[in-house]
Design a protein around this ligand. Structure first.
Ligand SMILES: [Fe+2]
Ligand SMILES: [Fe+2]
Length: 191
């Protein structure tokens, strides 16, 4: 599980800096500043998990990892709206849904250090989803299109499969990702 999480953070570093390099020139400087901060935090998350793996006698690269996260970058490489819709607002938001349970699982088996790392990550990831939502809304409004329906259309057309409930409405809400965005897009929506 720690290796899988380290891999997610490793890909997240690339996600953040790819946004800067691929789309940064079309945005105000604040866009670049925001995603550089996100990228630095992803690198810190990766380092914390990799260090934890090493303490336990393993390390990143000891196990195979899948490429499905990075595939989302390829599929959305031509449109920053689709990229922001899928990466921070679906994939990273999914992290907010599942991380509290992962923290509980680590605590339940007595691995409090790993649980502590995940608490730190969870806190930062709320800000990442907020950054994604902020720039998605900015970009939609600057194109003169309505953000929520545009997001729903983009997800239905760029994201394989349905969103997965239950959603962490509280953390998503803190990030500005209100239920209006995703309600009805998953088979079951649990408050
Ligand atoms: Fe992260
Ligand atoms: Fe993140």
């Amino acid at each position: 599980m720690l290796h899988a999480l380290a891999h997610i953070e490793f890909v997240a570093i690339d996600f953040a800096f790819d946004l800067v390099g691929r789309f940064g020139m079309h945005f105000p400087a604040e866009f670049v500043d925001d995603w550089m901060v996100v990228g630095a935090q992803e690198a810190m998350h990766f380092a914390l998990l990799d260090r934890r793996l090493r303490t336990l006698g393993a390390g990143y690269g000891f196990l195979p990892a899948h490429d499905s996260l990075w595939e989302a970058a390829g599929k959305t490489a031509r449109d920053v709206l689709a990229r922001l819709a899928v990466v921070p607002m679906v994939l990273e938001a999914r992290g907010l849904d599942v991380t509290p349970m992962a923290i509980e699982r680590f605590d339940a088996v007595g691995d409090h250090r790993s649980a502590q790392i995940l608490r730190r990550i969870y806190h930062d990831e709320i800000a990442h989803v907020a950054t994604g939502t902020k720039w998605f809304v900015h970009c939609a409004e600057s194109r003169g299109i309505e953000p929520i329906y545009t997001w729903r259309w983009l997800i239905e057309n760029n994201f394989r499969g349905a969103l997965k409930a239950p959603f962490n409405d509280s953390a998503r809400g803190q990030a500005g990702l209100s239920r209006e965005f995703y309600i009805g897009l998953a088979p079951v929506s649990v408050v």
